[in-house]
Write a protein that binds this ligand. Structure first.
Ligand code: ATP
Ligand code: MG
Length: 436
């Protein structure tokens, strides 16, 4: 039996009646589509690419769906690698651009190739299927639209076109079943609502309140991937607000959630918001952003509070910060597997903060040569914007850098290294911060 809506007639929207133009599709994606089509296969653009084009947005990447099997795809493209054990996908490489080509799949609960756990969660699904089955296994109706290269039509099995018009996120099928199959869809709902400024359809929204706790069972490595997509989307502030509104923060950032529910300091709340506004602006301006900065900002109220407690037990400022940072991260990585190289940078950002108050002698030049100086300076100045640190000091450091342009850190400021696409990389490949 196929999950989701009962089998429906496809609504086929011919070229003159929709807004997708080949001019807005990357050359690499077009090459893949045309080559598959010429070889006699069905070849469609699908998912976020189609959705974003219909909304007049620039897609992040282009995914292709086809009735060719992964081996048949590989036989067509020299620059192709098959990846994934759970379900095999073809990655076709064009320089830095990768086009992901997936064979139409079905979600069948009676197939030996689909494994569900006792909660209905999908463990494996690897059955090839028809394009219609492929559409109905997807999460939201607006993510289940296909742009068919053969006649340039848009194919809609789930009512996605109407939902694009109404700017609403509607799950295909019963929300309870779909969230149980994959609880991360609840985070995806919030991510797309933030990014697209869409309403979440009432049934899908309501069910998040009922089933949010299922996120507690998701492996921390997957939560890390999804959190990054939320916070690097250019809509981090909105995503954060939605995570709070839907009470999902408790499963992702339990100690931050407890802090926010206790009697949080207003300035710390402002600080988090300012840090997210800053991240969103950097994404919009195409500047690099780093996971280290996001985690440093979200966990700062906790580290700050804990460091003060430790200092009152007669620990020095810096040892107290270091100790607090280690403790807070050890707790956080139980839920979200932050790779160690980023947690180390986040800790550096915290530990460097007191050094910004020392503007005498050789100290400033030394601080400026630290590889994480730039990220720590940005962090310090965001603190000054909300009144946590003196504004004059932020200005002092801004001028000091202008006066000493030659003292650039030896390496690129690691806190703000360019975003790397992690696509296709097997999860867990990076060394994660682990619990002691
Ligand atoms: P983005 O703009 O972030 O790339 P996207 O919609 O393309 O958004 P992807 O994570 O790239 O999202 O996934 C591509 C497509 O695969 C989705 O549009 C959706 O159709 C399907 N998909 C991805 N994740 C899931 C999931 N957890 N459950 C069901 N379908 C999914
Ligand atoms: Mg995508």
């Amino acid at each position: 039996m196929t999950q989701g809506s009962p089998s429906a007639e496809a609504n086929i929207i011919p070229r003159p009646e929709h807004s997708i133009s080949r001019r807005d599709i990357s050359d690499a994606a077009l090459k893949v589509l045309y080559k598959l089509d010429k070889a006699g296969y069905r070849a469609c653009l699908v998912g976020g690419g189609v959705r974003d084009l219909l909304l007049g947005l620039k897609p992040k990447d282009f995914d292709v769906a086809t009735d060719a099997t992964p081996d048949e795809v590989r036989a067509l493209f020299r620059n192709c690698r098959l990846i994934g054990r759970r379900f095999r996908l073809a990655h076709v490489h064009f320089g830095r651009e990768v086009i992901e080509v997936a064979t139409f799949r079905a979600l069948t609960t009676d197939s030996p190739k689909t494994e569900l756990d006792e909660n209905g969660r999908i463990l494996r699904d690897n059955t090839f299927g028809s394009i219609e089955e492929d559409a109905l296994r997807r999460d939201f109706t607006v993510n289940a639209l296909y742009y068919d290269i053969h006649d340039f039509s848009v194919i809609d099995y789930a009512g996605g076109m109407e939902d694009i018009r109404r700017r609403q996120l509607r799950l295909i099928g019963d929300p309870e079943v779909r969230y149980k199959e994959d609880p991360v869809r609840m985070m995806r709902a919030l991510r797309f609502a933030a990014k697209l400024d869409f309403e979440i359809d009432p049934a899908a929204a309501e069910a998040i309140h009922d089933w949010g706790h299922l996120l507690a069972d998701i492996p921390p490595a997957r939560l890390y991937d999804e959190i990054l997509k939320m916070f690097h989307s250019g809509h981090a502030l909105r995503a954060y607000e939605l995570l709070r509104e839907y009470h999902l923060l408790q499963y992702l950032f339990p100690s931050l959630d407890r802090y926010l529910r206790s009697d949080p300091s207003e300035v710390m709340l402002d600080f988090i918001e300012q840090a997210l506004v800053n991240t969103d602006r950097r994404v919009r301006e195409d500047k690099p952003v780093s996971p280290a900065f996001i985690f440093a900002a979200l966990l700062w109220p906790l580290v700050h509070q804990r460091a003060i407690q430790l200092q009152s037990k007669e620990m020095g400022t810096i040892p107290a910060l270091q100790s607090a940072g280690r403790e807070i991260f050890a707790d956080q990585v139980r839920r979200i597997a932050v790779p160690r190289r980023f947690s180390e940078i986040a800790k550096n950002i915290w530990n460097l903060q007191p050094r910004f108050t020392n503007t005498r002698g050789k100290q400033p030049l030394r601080l400026m040569a630290h590889p994480n100086f730039r990220a720590a300076y940005d962090f310090f100045c965001i603190q000054s914007m909300v009144g946590l640190t003196p504004h004059k000091l932020c200005e002092w450091w801004t001028l000091f850098q202008e006066d000493n342009p030659q003292i650039a850190p030896a390496r690129k400021p690691a806190g703000q290294r360019p975003r790397r696409r992690r696509r296709g990389k097997p999860r867990g490949e990076e060394r994660r911060e682990s619990n002691p």
